[in-house]
Design a protein around this ligand. Structure first.
Ligand code: SF4
Length: 148
């Protein structure tokens, strides 16, 4: 069993109320249909609504958020650091409770991004680094995979 960013599997949980289904491979969707994957959305698990304002990590990446060195702000200036951390720990709890060792992430997300996330001091842009959930899962020995 694996966990996967829910937006990749067609759930419309993205900040703009859309999904990332067009970015999913046929192999991933087949694994989902086979019952091998559980979809999760850390931002929803953290209590954020959908749709919601886009968010960015103001400096560094998700590791710096976990270490208390930076925070997340939405496009309309709200601090959503607590919600992002809560959602990341929610995903970790599911992984631990179900003994899941693999997470399939979505690219360029401030939560689920691996290699690229959303950053920027004044406005949101794609930057190198990991999202908050990916950083937490990696610290806890969960392997991360990108679909393609
Ligand atoms: S938090 Fe993750 S699962 Fe939720 S919409 Fe963003 S990329 Fe998709």
């Amino acid at each position: 069993m694996k966990l996967c960013s829910a937006c990749l599997l067609g759930l419309e949980c993205r900040y703009d109320g859309k999904s990332n289904l067009e970015k999913a491979s046929e192999q991933l969707l087949q694994e989902f249909r086979n019952g091998e994957i559980i979809p999760v959305c850390p931002e929803q698990l953290g209590g954020l609504p959908t749709p919601r304002s886009g968010a960015r990590i103001c400096s560094g990446d998700g590791n710096d958020v976990l270490d208390g060195k930076t925070h997340l702000l939405t496009d309309d200036g709200q601090d959503v650091t607590k919600q992002f951390i809560k959602g990341a720990y929610g995903v970790l709890k599911i992984a631990r409770d179900l003994r899941i060792r693999e997470y399939i992430g979505a690219q360029k997300s401030p939560s689920c991004g691996w290699r690229y996330t959303q950053g920027g001091l004044k406005e949101r842009k794609t930057v190198e680094g990991e999202g908050v959930t990916i950083a937490l899962l990696k610290r806890n020995g969960i392997s991360i995979r990108l679909d393609k």
